[in-house]
Design a protein around this ligand. Structure first.
Ligand code: GLU
Ligand code: MG
Length: 436
């Protein structure tokens, strides 16, 4: 991680809110040290993507909490055109005595990671894949093309360099399928770091495009008539000390029993989790068939419309598949707080193990319920309101959060639905494209 004793004036103590907006306060880098914290307001949790505190939430104008910097999550950002160097330090929301605040999303993930290790002897590696679209671009565009890659310069190279220098470990920058769409992937790390990196990557991408007078959006549906943008989460399951425990070449999907139960939990709880991983009204225009996203919940091999995709392994030159073997959760989008998105994958996976679920059914190749009557994917909610209801009514998924967090989330999202319901889908796309 970067050294805090550098020339940056500011160190920004950052959190990501219930709508995945990055927020926080800056302190002087010369004063920043282990244990640095700044004041924060509980009611901030009730600010939705549209930028106001929603009324009727359990948090009001009273109370104080703090943003406590996590010294292991300090990033030094340098080289953003037109901006001085600065540090970002991810922080946990704590009570004034330093104990965890009941509704801190980062603590939600940290607790899930800890429980996975303590109760099940498992660890997880993860990485977030982001798709985003340039708005206001007018050159001709063609899927996956070198010309689109070149049109992304010099912004793409600048972003890649900044990420490298900040220790964010970018892996691949690619022109994607939809018009003016790009994708940026990162190398795997522990889950909290992977989610921290995801938050920062979005800000760096947006800020760099802006510095060049250009604009991007990570919105899941930037344009209702085109393909969407997902936030896919890759995850690999290992033993306490990184032992290989997921791979079993003799089982369906080459998944060991424990990996299969973990994924069975994700499929089982997919519907009540949907509002958490696809939290925007327009998210449901992405989660449809034939969009290479996710229309129903199943675990698939060689299928990019699976909610959980068993990723192919690279066995060129006799490379071994066992350690690389991992999965991809394809349902998420930018509206989901990355700590929550990562945390619910782990929580649902653990539920699959605790409930001793049958191994998840593996769909190989195309899943077409018209052609294959034995195929039973779990249906997913088709609107945000349906998804909220499924969450609200599911005791298991609700129990992962504080009651106050659940109430706040439901109120924020219902306020968002009410504000946007008069707007056409095109207008809703425009609103979210501005926010994200
Ligand atoms: N754009 C697709 C989505 O909305 C994913 C395409 C792909 O990378 O397979 O998730
Ligand atoms: Mg992609």
């Amino acid at each position: 991680m970067s050294n805090p004793k550098n020339s940056s004036t500011f160190t920004f103590l950052a959190t990501s809110d219930i709508s995945a907006r990055t927020k926080g306060r800056a302190v002087s880098t010369k004063d920043f040290k282990e244990g640095t914290s700044v004041g924060w307001v509980p009611a901030n949790l009730g600010i939705g993507p549209l930028g106001h505190i929603v009324s009727g939430i359990p948090y009001d104008s009273t109370g104080d909490i703090r943003l406590l910097a996590d010294p292991n999550a300090l990033f030094h950002l340098k080289g953003i055109p037109n901006l001085p160097d600065f540090n970002v330090c991810f922080s946990d929301l704590v009570n004034n005595d330093g104990t965890a605040w009941e509704s801190c999303s980062r603590t939600f993930l940290k607790n899930a990671v800890e429980e996975l290790k303590d109760e099940h002897g498992l660890t997880l590696t993860a990485s977030f894949e982001h798709e985003f679209t340039e708005t206001n671009a007018s050159e001709s565009t063609h899927p996956f093309s070198f010309s689109n890659f070149v049109d992304g310069e010099p912004v793409g190279g600048t972003i890649f360099e900044i990420l490298e220098q900040a220790g964010i470990e970018p892996e691949c920058w690619l022109p994607e399928y939809a018009p003016y769409q790009y994708e940026l992937t990162m190398k795997p790390s522990d889950p909290v770091l992977a989610a921290d990196r995801a938050i920062l990557l979005r800000e760096i991408v947006r800020t760099c495009f802006k510095a060049y007078g250009r604009e991007v959006t990570f919105s899941p549906v930037p344009d209702a008539s085109e393909g969407g943008s997902g936030v896919h989460v890759h995850y690999g399951l290992y033993g306490r000390n990184g032992e290989i425990i997921s791979f079993d070449p003799n089982k369906p999907g080459r998944m060991s029993k424990i990996a299969s139960q973990f994924n069975a939990g994700i499929i089982k709880y997919a519907a009540p989790m949907t509002s958490l991983f696809a939290p925007l009204t327009v998210s449901y225009h992405r989660l449809k068939p034939n969009k290479w996203s996710v229309a129903q919940a199943f675990c698939g091999e060689q299928n990019r419309e699976a909610l959980v995709r068993i990723c192919p392994t690279n066995e060129i030159g006799n490379r071994k598949p066992d350690k690389q073997f991992h999965f991809e959760f394809r349902g998420g989008d930018v509206g989901a707080n990355p700590w929550i998105l990562m945390g619910i994958i782990i929580r649902a996976g653990m539920a699959g193990i605790v409930e001793n679920l049958d191994p998840v059914r593996v769909v190989v190749g195309e899943a077409d319920s018209d052609k294959d009557s034995s195929f039973e994917g779990q249906p997913l909610p088709s609107t945000l309101e349906e998804a909220l209801k499924a969450f609200e009514e599911n005791e298991v998924v609700r129990s992962w959060f504080s009651e106050a967090w659940v109430e706040t989330f439901l109120k924020v999202k219902r306020d968002e639905i009410a504000t946007l319901e008069e707007k056409s889908i095109e207008e809703q796309c425009e609103v979210y494209a501005d926010v994200y």
